[in-house]
Write a protein that binds this ligand. Structure first.
Ligand code: PLP
Length: 428
């Protein structure tokens, strides 16, 4: 099958397809199928945009009907029944049971749109410019989001100075040798510190791109309390860790904190459709009409699948319970594998987890060996030193076991302990 056009015509900016050269034609549940007939188990899940797997049949049928019946597709921010349905469902299924009171904003279709809106709003509300973010953070590729992102290669891509933000150490940045927040607490109190009082701090509870560092719940609690004392807004970027990825709908639920602003995207449409929301406390809603506009804020296809996905998976706690059992299986499996490699450690939380290898090349090799065995697996971290394991939250138990076995084999092959790939193949 021809693939030249991708190599010769499409820009060299592409990345995922460099490691996974197959041409994927169809997808269903936890699997993707190539046009030449092989099957790949997907432990990547669209970087978290496919938490409920590919083409969930109920969501797909809903879409097909909606389109066949001439339902509105594009609506800017105009009123539509599908937007009503999404808002009502989000309030009823997600916010009310958690006692959360937030306004919903549709900032544009991507995660970085949600982050940009959050940063703008925090600056407008406080009248301050500075934003603090964390070492190894990732918040998106547009200029505002890049300014709060850590990765040096991605920052260089901006081509201009990224200003009005500073980086502070994420949980355990100093391996427990320096008490948390000692610097932050001090400079906020010291009028001579030269650090401008920030409008907000933006944080991921698990750093999806930055190496799967997972913040401890006590750390998040302490951060939240510290910011409250200093009247600095807390923005949680739940774009990747949210929508159940860590085991609860919001990744910060266990910490019992109430962020001022929450960014969500990736799996919020439930179907891999482009959609994002920014949530904020009602008193922060100081926008003027049209002050943050965007042509694609009204993706009705995303509204209908998003609303249905919330009903299907989050109306009661049965899905969350099943997920907890799967998370345990995965963690145990990865723990076993990590024990075989000296210095390897488990990272992350929930179904946003992986293994960090002492030799940075190992993770890439494990991912490549996994691909050879028909498993899609990404790497993460500043040196790509972590394998990132993100199965669909809806994965069947035996597929989960199969995938873990492949990672084990790939790990053995990558570390020179095994050579013959036993391919994960199954009839179509
Ligand atoms: C993916 C991601 C973003 C950016 O989302 P895009 O849709 O790629 O713009 C922002 N924050 C986090 C934590 C992400 O994982």
């Amino acid at each position: 099958m021809a693939t030249d056009i991708f190599e010769t015509f499409e820009s060299q900016v592409r990345s995922y397809c460099m490691n996974w050269p197959a041409v994927f034609e169809k997808a269903s549940g936890s699997y993707q199928y190539t046009e030449d007939g092989s099957r790949y188990l997907d432990f990547f899940s669209g970087a978290g945009a496919l938490n409920y797997g590919h083409n969930h049949p109920e969501l797909r049928d809903l879409l097909v009907d909606y389109v066949a019946n001439d339902g509105v597709t594009h609506s800017l921010d105009m009123k539509t029944p599908s937007k009503r349905r999404f808002l009502e469902t989000f309030e009823r299924v997600i916010l009310e049971p958690r006692n959360m009171e937030y306004k919903v904003m549709f900032p544009g279709p991507t995660g970085t749109n949600s982050v940009e809106a959050a940063l703008k709003l925090a600056r407008k509300v406080t009248g301050r410019q500075h934003i603090l973010s964390f070492t190894n953070a990732f918040h998106g590729m547009t200029l505002g989001s890049l300014s709060v992102t850590g990765n040096s290669m991605k920052r260089r891509g901006a081509g201009i100075p990224l200003t009005n933000s500073s980086k502070i150490p994420y949980d355990d940045y100093f391996d427990g040798n320096i008490p948390d927040f000692i610097w932050l607490e001090k400079v906020l109190q010291d009028s001579g510190s030269g650090v401008d009082k920030p409008a907000a701090v933006i944080v991921e509870t698990v750093q999806g791109e930055g190496g799967l560092n997972a913040a401890r719940m006590e750390w998040l609690k302490e951060l939240s309390a510290l910011l409250r004392r200093h009247k600095i807004l807390l923005i949680i970027d739940d774009v990747q860790a949210g929508c159940g990825r860590t085991g609860t709908f919001f990744s910060f639920e266990e910490a019992g904190i109430t962020p001022d602003i929450i960014c969500m995207s990736k799996s919020i449409s439930g179907y891999g459709l482009p959609m994002a929301i920014t949530l904020f406390k009602p008193e922060l809603d100081v926008w003027e009409g049209g002050e943050h506009n965007g042509t694609f804020r009204g993706n009705n296809l995303g509204f209908i699948t998003g609303a249905r996905a919330l009903e299907l998976f989050w109306s009661d706690d049965s899905f969350q319970k099943q997920l907890a059992a799967k998370i345990e299986t995965l963690r145990e499996g990865l723990e076993d594998i990590a024990q075989h490699v000296k210095g390897a450690t488990l990272r992350g939380r929930g179904f946003l987890t992986g293994i960090c290898f002492p030799d940075a090349d190992t993770a890439g090799k494990v991912a490549a060996e996994s691909y050879k065995r028909n498993l899609l697996l990404e790497t993460s971290g500043p040196e790509d030193e972590v394998i990132k394991v993100m199965p669909p939250l809806t994965i069947e138990d035996d597929d989960l076991q199969k995938g873990i076995k492949v990672i084990e084999d790939a790990g053995l092959a990558a570390t020179g302990q095994m050579s013959e790939p036993s391919r994960l193949r199954a009839p179509r």
